[in-house]
Design a protein around this ligand. Structure first.
Ligand code: PFF
Ligand code: NA
Length: 445
């Protein structure tokens, strides 16, 4: 049904583009800060290797064998109970939900690109004021840039798989890596660098508890784009002779490397020019701009470059968050790509307005339930429930539902001796880990 196929490198770039996102450059450094550095990084790395990598292969395999939108792929690959398994395909919805806040954050980043051209805050207090003023009282600026993000994403998606998604990634991903490499090279020359290395790689085991473990697993899923049909949807357009294991390796490798490089670089700047490792979501919007200020004119250039890189990372992930549902409506309902992209775009754009409002003074009172506002609820429900659930379902689906002979036929030649290891991890390690994570993120454990 679909004729457009990724080129080999195009698929890796697109999948890596999906993986490398705000999760790497915005989220990873600040949760590393929150959990005290080294030990958390180690747990995260082990999780990525043991669970992330094998789910990545499984998710690519479902897409590759199914060749259709996520719902149809599950439906067709299930030998029985097709109507039940097809529900697993609706994990693509999680991507649309994530977009509700993801696009708002990209909007903040756009705003910071523009303001950093001429202004940087001279102290952390000032930086904090600037950020909270935007967050709590500047509805129109946030709406304007959130809308800009919606327009770009919808435009790229309507251009299709090759002309839109592949092209975007083939351009933005190398650009992003170049910017980070440049800034990283500078960071290495600074004294703060060795402190950053120590902070990120010398484990303080006293900081590791169940909570840190659960956060690490949750983040491994988020950062690798697993459990919501993004990688699956891309893999449906893999060429027949593609090597899944190699592709998965590259995606995991690039995602992890970029997270580590970004983390080292940010912590170096914070040690050198700021007040050491900061924690919390304000890290790149508050502590970092204040550190850039201390660098003088280089700081302005770096700030603009940094936020451009962050925007690139966010945009390449965004298209992958929306594409699964776009594909679904095209495949199952015969919608035109234009109609599908505009409808999906409008969905997250519209609800994104409420995500903005849920931080605005005077409106947030109406958009807060319990301890969380709408923005945080969306983040929580997707990360705590939808993602691990998607991961769990995929592991069970490939591990127990698709006949072993079918899985073997594709994966054995690629994995060789490692096949049984991978299969075992899918059947037993991953489902149990996912289950524990879900329960504890939902507060049951
Ligand atoms: N992996 C992206 C990040 O690290 O920011 C976020 C993401 C993109 C999650 C696509 C899930 C997804 F399907
Ligand atoms: Na990521």
């Amino acid at each position: 049904m679909k004729i457009a196929r990724f080129s080999r490198i195009g698929f890796i770039m697109a999948a890596a583009g999906s993986a490398v996102g705000l999760g790497n450059i915005w989220k990873f450094p600040y949760i590393t800060g929150e959990y005290g550095g080294g030990a958390f990084v180690l747990v995260y790395l082990i999780t990525v290797l043991l669970i992330g990598f094998s789910i990545m292969i499984a998710e690519m395999l479902i897409g590759y064998l199914g060749r259709r939108d996520t719902v149809t792929s599950f439906e067709e690959l299930a030998p029985k109970h097709k109507n039940l398994w097809k529900l697993a395909g609706f994990q693509g919805l999680a991507g649309l939900f994530i977009m509700i806040f993801y696009s708002v954050v990209i909007g903040w980043i756009f705003n910071y690109i523009v303001t950093s051209l001429t202004y940087l805050p001279s102290t952390v207090t000032e930086a904090e004021n600037t950020f909270t003023t935007m967050l709590h009282s500047d509805f129109w600026t946030q709406l304007f840039y959130h809308t800009a993000s919606f327009v770009i994403i919808t435009y790229v998606l309507h251009k299709g798989l090759k002309g839109g998604i592949e092209k975007l990634n083939m351009f933005l991903m190398p650009a992003l890596m170049l910017i980070l490499a440049l800034m990283f090279a500078y960071a290495v020359t600074l004294e703060g660098f060795s402190k950053a290395v120590t902070f990120m790689f010398s484990p303080d085991w006293s900081k590791i508890n169940g909570d840190a473990f659960v956060t690490a697993v949750g983040h491994a899923f988020f950062t690798l784009s697993l459990g919501m049909g993004a990688i699956m949807t891309y893999a449906a357009s893999l060429e027949k002779k593609a090597n899944i294991v190699k592709s998965a390796f590259w995606v995991v490798f690039l995602d992890t490397t970029i997270a580590i490089v970004a983390g080292l670089m940010l912590f170096t700047f914070l040690y050198q020019y700021g007040s050491g490792p900061a924690k919390g979501p304000g890290l790149v919007f508050i502590s970092l701009p204040a550190a850039f200020y201390e660098m003088g004119i280089v700081g302005n250039i770096f700030a603009v470059l940094f936020f451009i890189a962050l925007a690139f990372a966010g945009l390449t992930s965004s298209v992958s968050l929306v594409e699964p549902m776009v594909q679904y409506f095209i495949d199952r309902f015969g919608w035109s790509r234009l109609k599908a992209t505009i409808s999906m775009g409008t969905f997250f754009w519209f609800l994104g307005i409420f995500a903005i409002l849920s931080n605005i003074d005077g409106a947030k009172e109406y958009l807060t339930w319990g301890s969380k506002n709408f923005f945080d609820w969306v983040d929580y429900v997707t990360a705590a429930i939808m993602l691990p659930l998607g991961g769990l379902l995929m592991a069970v689906f490939v591990g127990f539902v698709i006949p072993r002979s079918e899985v073997e036929a594709t994966m054995k030649p690629q994995l060789k001796w490692a096949f049984s290891l991978w299969y075992f991890s899918l059947r037993y390690i991953t489902p149990v880990a996912m289950f524990v994570v879900m329960l504890s993120l939902m507060g049951v454990l």
